[in-house]
Ligand binder design. Structure first.
Ligand code: XIL
Length: 355
């Protein structure tokens, strides 16, 4: 257990929350409260669909044995992303030996729940297999390896996934190219190549570039804007920009998010919030949870305000399975459901924005 408050604190928080929700008009009376209690209300997916959007969650294979967890995953969302199962280390653990079992399990679950799949990710500097990172490559060696990886995986999931994060996290904070093995060996053209290869393998999948810290207008999102413009001008099959939106209360809200979404829309590109979470320094307090709720509300509204922002995915929906505490020391409580799978203020704020 990472963040659980003592029972009395939790009760006080719950009581205060109820007061806030009634005051905010989120919970308006006995009927609304009954709706909450008996789960008769519309799901996030249904609310999003009324705007022509989806509402998704990441998930991961080890969690799928948790029945209360998979129940909510299947009920509330209409888009699913495998948090790890489609990454290179998982899908090509030995060179030329492919294993799609993890991703397949999630695609199968999505199909059972009538959900679509945002597939993640083909080209990334992280979570690569050892055989790739433990040696040096020439361009002539690496190019066919990259092409084969992309095309084998995309072909495998052809017709089964809605979109691919083709290249993940290609830029540094200052807008220069990240010096990955792909960039250093193949040059910046690896991005256009990756998109073209993916498009050949599944002409119907929406192809995205995806990154964090590109929610606001700034050097890093400017780099994507410039690259996207160039790729579009060259006729490279790029369909969307994924804004991960791993936000942190202590760093401030990206107030230019909506403007940023709009400028990509003007390039005739879709956008999506692809890995949303809003972390905080622990312990979580009532105040921080309220601020977090405001951010979830504002992000949801920003997406709804821009027609080509096609949907929102949270990077798993519950603090029980969030990646944050493992990667950011002393931080957590980043998701709309708590560790006991109870909705937090952020959940109600999302509903309000979608409502
Ligand atoms: C994270 C997963 O959630 C963790 O389980 C894993 O250990 C590390 O990767 N940006 C991304 C995601 O694009 O793939 C990352 O997912 C989170 C940051």
């Amino acid at each position: 257990m990472r963040t659980t408050a003592p029972a009395r604190t939790r009760l006080r928080l719950a009581g205060a929350l109820a007061t806030v929700l009634v005051a905010a008009g989120v919970v308006t009376g006995p009927a609304a409260q009954a709706g909450e209690q008996h789960g008769k209300q519309r799901t996030l997916a249904e609310l999003a669909q009324r705007h022509g959007r989806y509402f998704g969650s990441a998930t991961d294979n080890p969690e799928l044995t948790d029945t209360p967890y998979t129940k909510i995953l299947g009920d509330e969302f209409d888009m699913i992303t495998p948090g790890n199962g489609m990454k290179w280390y998982a899908t090509e653990p030995q060179q030329g030996v492919f294993d799609f079992s993890k991703g397949d399990e999630i695609v199968k679950l999505a199909r059972k729940n009538h959900q679509r799949v945002r597939a993640h990710t083909l080209v990334w500097h992280s979570q690569l297999p050892d055989w790739l990172t433990s040696r040096t490559w020439t361009a002539d060696e690496l190019r066919p390896v990259l092409k084969k990886h992309i095309q084998t995986e995309v072909r495998h999931y052809r017709g089964k996934v809605y979109a691919w994060d083709v290249v993940n996290e290609a830029f540094n904070e200052d807008g220069t190219y990240r010096e990955t093995v792909f960039y250093k060996t193949l040059g910046p053209g690896y991005i256009a190549d990756a998109l073209r290869w993916a498009h050949q393998a599944d002409p119907h999948a929406k192809l995205y570039l995806n990154d964090y810290n590109i929610e606001a207008v700034g050097p890093k999102s400017d780099a994507y804007y410039a690259l996207a413009k160039e790729l579009k001008a060259q006729g490279v099959p790029l369909h969307g920009i994924g804004l991960q939106a791993h936000l942190a209360l202590q760093y401030g809200y990206p107030t230019t998010l909506e403007d940023n979404l709009r400028r990509f829309a003007r390039l005739r590109l879709d956008t999506a919030l692809t890995e949303v979470d809003v972390r905080m320094l622990l312990p979580a307090t009532e105040e921080k949870l309220a601020q977090q709720a405001d951010w979830y509300r504002d992000m949801t509204k920003a997406c709804l305000a821009v027609r080509r922002c096609v949907g929102i995915t949270v990077w798993d929906y519950t603090d029980k399975y969030s990646w944050i505490p493992d990667f950011f020391e002393g931080q957590g409580a980043a998701l709309p459901w708590d560790e006991q799978l109870r909705p937090k203020p952020a959940y109600h704020a999302i509903r309000e924005a979608l409502g």
